[in-house]
Design a protein around this ligand. Structure first.
Ligand code: ACO
Length: 286
């Protein structure tokens, strides 16, 4: 007879692991035995890890991936739902705030972020999927709004993510049918940026990180926020936001970076902006 699932006894610190290598923070959902589903402990730990890495000088890009066969199998039906609900409304709200809290931190992270989707990605996983700026999936990853298969609606941001990223007819089908998409279908329907064969996944993500590392970090931050803010702005408000954001960038080295970049192109003929990035190491730090 099948044994009922039990709560995961591992300490909170072990639910997320990370390593920083050559400017890239590789952060892992780390409950492979539980398909990396998100328990309150994991949600709490992820916020701690993200905040710990955000302003480290040796971190230029953050990658979010999963240990084992999953990216994340969504919210933990035992620890996040059943056990929390048994404790009442206060516990439910606390758990929701903890998970939505780190999704939000990720959406507005001060460094560029890449989701490296190595396997299952369900329901609640769409929050962090959307939180990452670029999403690269393995061709054999599987994406699902499985909520409908166990009698709930896609909450925790998941329905908003599907509606925002996918064509409406595809998003509606995805939410109502509870069928999984392959990495390839997820790419075609806009849920991820790109998919690659599993054996090329890390190499492709590394390539993207290496390219991002060469860009000016302040300009990248302003760019990603601008792209996200534009979603629900009118054209005129968007235009105005862009002017203010560009001017604000000048308080963080933006002016020096632009003068240097312009000179590398116009005077020194060292690079062409249409073909590559300027050499950020030459920006005056004074
Ligand atoms: N919540 C709680 N436990 C989970 C979850 C989850 N979301 N996903 C996997 N697990 C647990 C299983 O209960 C099992 O635990 P046990 O070893 O203590 O019995 C263990 O992880 C391994 O899972 P299996 O089902 O045995 O793994 P398998 O590889 O056969 O299947 C799959 C993987 C398809 C991901 C399956 O586990 C599954 O359907 N999980 C639920 C996915 C889902 O619908 N998530 C919720 C989305 S909705 C939301 O997030 C709000």
């Amino acid at each position: 007879m099948a044994m009922p699932s039990k709560p995961d006894p591992r300490p909170q610190e072990e639910t997320v692991k990370y390593e920083v290598t050559d400017g890239v923070a590789w952060v892992y959902f780390n409950r492979p035995d539980k398909r990396n589903c998100m328990s309150p402990k994991l949600n709490r730990q992820m916020k701690i890890v993200l905040e710990e890495l955000e302003f480290r000088d040796d971190v230029k890009v953050l990658v979010l991936t999963g240990e084992g066969s999953s990216w994340t199998a969504g919210m933990d039906l035992l620890e996040y739902f059943r056990m929390t609900e048994a404790e009442g409304l206060g516990a439910i709200r606390k758990s929701q705030r903890e998970s939505y809290g780190w999704f939000e931190r990720l959406r507005w992270y001060e460094k560029p972020t890449v989701a490296m989707i190595n396997g299952w990605c369900f329901g609640g996983g769409y929050g962090p999927l959307f939180g990452c700026d670029i999403a690269i999936a393995s061709e054999d990853a599987k994406f699902g709004l499985s909520e409908i298969n166990w009698g709930i609606l896609p909450g925790g941001g998941a329905s908003k993510v599907a509606q925002e990223l996918m064509p409406f007819r595809k998003a509606m089908y995805h939410a109502m049918m509870g069928e999984n998409l392959t990495g390839k279908q997820a790419e075609e329907q806009g849920l991820v940026t790109e998919c690659v064969p599993a054996e090329k996944l890390k190499e492709r993500v590394q390539e993207i990180c290496d390219a991002l590392k060469k860009k000016d970090g302040h300009a990248l931050r302003a760019t990603k926020w601008t792209m996200r803010r534009m979603v629900d702005m009118t054209y005129d408000n968007g235009l105005d936001y862009q002017i203010r954001a560009q001017e604000a960038l000048h308080s963080f080295g933006g002016k020096e970076a632009r003068l240097e970049a312009t000179s590398q192109f116009l005077d020194k003929k060292e690079f062409k902006p249409g073909l590559s990035t300027f050499d950020t190491s030459k920006v005056s730090k004074d």
